[in-house]
Design a protein around this ligand. Structure first.
Ligand SMILES: [Zn+2]
Length: 319
């Protein structure tokens, strides 16, 4: 059994996890440190390192084999540099991997957070043992994605492949996306997109218990749980747009499974009718469509921090 640290960097806080992995997998302890996007990068790294040391101490100071970092944005995993990160502009071209390695006196690996997440599902999930063609989609404010194909992580020329949230769900759409374009999967399935669909349905006079001021994905799921037909319809429609993206993924990568993580994956039961409708309509080949399982992540809420730890293992496979 070995112990690893996962470091999941966000805009306002950094989540930390201490993980044990060998014959079994266990998240021993988690913590979170607040960070300010305005902190100068060396201070940012010091704050993280302090948090990691406190976490290790609180778990009884086990020997740590290595640490992995997941960070949003364009990340150079080969040089260990954060190229650009949308919510952390000061991290531009910052050697985060080596700084943390020095501060922690540990080997550290750095990866984009969505790529890290799929590594977490692939390496640690008991449901994905032996599955070497796997796609993870994280459903949150944005839609992240990562692809394991033929037993390795696909990264592309700049570690910027598999921006799966920006596959087009509708080329004629005027639904705006965070990337500046329109009609992306994220424009429909990200939290703002789900809210937009819900507002639209409410304005069209649909009968519902939902009110315009309470339309988070959670509100809509809870209404669906109580049998609200409009709430179910909103989520099914969201599923349709997600399914359009999944259809393209099946055609491109022939995955054994597509795994959904992140907050909105809790609504998978309500998304599935729409996903199935879209796959029936848009995916071209029955064999590859029918053999692809669609399921919820084994770690839906912790996938980013678990994935960060997996980033280390992916570069240094356990012997
Ligand atoms: Zn987009």
């Amino acid at each position: 059994m070995q112990s690893f640290i996962g470091i999941d960097i966000g805009g306002t806080s950094v989540k930390l996890g201490l993980i044990e992995y060998g014959e079994t997998f266990r998240v021993v302890k988690q913590s979170s440190v607040p960070t300010k996007p305005t902190d100068p990068p060396p201070l940012f790294a010091q704050t993280i390192a302090k948090g990691v040391k406190a976490l290790i101490a609180s778990a009884g100071s086990p020997k740590i084999t290595g640490a992995g970092v997941g960070c949003p944005g364009l990340i150079d995993p080969w040089k260990g540099i954060t190229r650009t990160s949308p919510n952390l502009p000061l991290l531009k071209d910052f050697p985060l991997r080596d700084q943390l390695s020095q501060l922690l006196n540990l080997p550290v690996e750095l990866q984009n957070d969505a790529n890290a997440a799929v590594l977490g599902e692939w390496i640690f999930s008991p449901n994905s043992k032996g599955v070497n063609n796997l796609i993870l989609l994280t459903l949150g404010t944005g839609i992240g994605g990562g692809v394991i194909c033929d037993g390795h992580l696909l990264v592309g020329a700049d570690n910027a492949a598999t921006e799966l949230g920006h596959l087009k769900a509708d080329y004629a759409s005027d639904y705006p996306c965070g990337c500046g374009r329109t009609g992306c999967v994220e424009a429909y399935v990200g939290s703002a997109g789900i809210n937009r669909t819900a507002q639209f349905m409410l304005k069209s006079g649909a009968k519902t218990s939902l009110t315009p001021d309470k339309l988070t994905t959670k509100d809509i799921s809870q209404a669906a749980d109580k049998g609200d037909p409009t709430a179910k319809q909103i989520l099914s429609r969201t599923g349709e747009y997600l399914g359009r993206g999944i259809a393209q993924l099946i055609e491109t990568f022939n995955p054994e499974k597509v795994v959904l993580g992140g907050g909105a994956s809790a609504a998978i039961g309500y998304l599935m009718p729409g996903i199935t409708t879209a796959l029936d309509q848009f995916s071209s080949f029955a064999f590859t469509r029918n053999r692809c399982k669609i399921e919820r992540s084994a770690f839906p809420d912790d996938i980013n921090v678990i994935g960060a730890a997996a980033t280390y293992l992916n570069s240094h496979p356990a012997k």
